[in-house]
Design a protein around this ligand. Structure first.
Ligand code: ATP
Length: 396
């Protein structure tokens, strides 16, 4: 029986590997209480006093507060799951591009400080694709602080072709805030006087902004500014939608205005002239496909030449769209539309888990799949003894 923990930049998901559903979903942030103890429970943070909120993971998805991560894992395993760290194998999902130094820090934390008996780090996109039964895939993960596009060919991540961008959920939080600021001017003045901006940003992001995203946001099927008014009409984009802001005020936006908020993910320059459209979602996805084609052709030995076209076909017929920000209505269709425009000669096939909860838990389920591989030697398990051996070798 192992415990699987997924530390996203926004959400942490944890549970036992034999159980279908995780036992715990909490934020990847924390506050300190009056006794200087760390508080990880999301509801407790929201209902608690206004104190600064700190994040555990960097925007790249790497821990930058190892002490807080140690305390969070301890809290998860011992307090929330009622297990003993020294007796429970631990699996954690990690970013696909972590350095050997970060890997060592993870091992030191799990095996050295927390004394778990065996530990495994699984690469998030690889775990997601294998858990969906594919060893070749183009994994598009739209999370909170980042969007990551990772090509995987026959179980191997093509790291040199993977691309990450900052246009994801947190960026949308900011866009929603900016858009509604004009509409709800009175309340905004009140909020901006908050003594703890990190606290109000945390609470807003986990309460009304989350609801706004689920009920109001949508993505237009193609570039908004290139649509003529007849198409806008036909798609019903002039129809208004209403949102009850913090049970205080009804905000009314047309569907076109809702689409404008998400357009920045595809064309960042719509949000600010400081952002380049080359960092837009569909642009980075097509860049990854092309880079993967070029990288594999370069690396292939002459006897086993894989053409760029074969790689393009393999990836474009195995697009996996994941991450909670991908739940926005119309987002999957827009990616497919843009890609068909970029790759007209290829057949495209995408998969995004249709069940909201399953999509939100996809990365954790990926970790569970790796934890449950039929034999221990199939996984990349490291034991305390292995860690000590590596250390001894390093000292010589
Ligand atoms: P990352 O992938 O950056 O490490 P994470 O794994 O913690 O982060 P996810 O849980 O995949 O991130 O996504 C969190 C983001 O998804 C947040 O910005 C949240 O507001 C947003 N989100 C959650 N539910 C929805 C929804 N129904 N529609 C749109 N966005 C949503």
């Amino acid at each position: 029986m192992s415990i699987v923990i997924h530390n996203g930049t926004h959400t942490t998901v944890a549970g036992f590997s034999q159980v279908d559903m995780p036992q715990l979903l909490c934020s990847s942030s924390y506050t300190k209480n009056a006794n200087d103890e760390l508080v990880f429970d999301t509801d407790e943070i929201i209902d608690g006093p206004e104190t600064p909120v700190f994040t555990i993971m960097s925007p790249e998805g790497v821990p930058y507060d190892w002490e807080a991560l140690e305390k969070q894992w301890q809290w998860i395993v011992e307090t929330k799951l009622g297990a003993k760290l020294e007796e429970t194998p631990l699996v954690v999902t990690v970013a696909p591009d972590i350095t050997p130094e970060i890997k060592t820090q993870y091992s030191e934390l799990a095996l050295g400080r927390l004394k778990v008996p065996v530990f495994q780090m699984v690469s998030e996109p690889l775990a997601v694709s294998l858990s969906l039964g594919r060893n070749t895939a183009l994994v598009i993960d739209i999370g909170a602080a980042k969007t990551t596009v990772t090509p995987i060919i026959e179980g191997t991540i093509l790291s040199s072709a993977a691309i990450r961008s900052r246009f994801a959920g947190d960026f949308l939080d900011f866009q929603i805030h900016e858009t509604l600021k004009k509409t709800i001017h009175g309340e905004e003045k009140e909020e901006s006087s908050s003594s703890n901006p990190s606290f109000s940003a945390f609470c807003n992001s986990r309460t009304w902004i989350q609801e706004f995203k689920a009920y109001m946001l949508q993505v237009s099927p193609s570039r908004l500014q290139e649509m003529d008014s007849a198409t806008v009409d036909m798609l019903g984009l002039n129809i208004p939608k209403n949102f009850l802001y913090q049970k205080r005020k009804t905000v009314s936006l047309t569907q076109k205005e809702c689409c404008l908020i998400t357009e920045g993910i595809f064309q960042p320059s719509v949000a600010s002239s400081q952002f380049a459209n080359e960092e837009g979602l569909s642009d980075i996805v097509s860049k990854v496909v092309k880079k993967a084609g070029a990288a594999t052709t370069q690396n292939s030995s002459t006897s086993n030449v894989t053409s760029a076209e074969q790689i393009h076909t393999a990836l474009l017929t195995n697009i996996i769209i994941t991450g909670s920000s991908s739940l926005i209505a119309g987002l999957e269709q827009r990616i497919v539309n843009d890609l068909s425009y970029q790759f007209p000669q290829y057949k495209l096939s995408s998969f995004a888990n249709p069940l909201v909860l399953d999509r939100k838990l996809q990365s954790w389920h990926g970790g569970v799949t790796m934890a449950n591989l039929p034999s221990w030697d199939l996984g990349d398990w490291v034991s305390r003894k292995d860690l000590e051996t590596t250390k001894t070798e390093e000292n010589y």
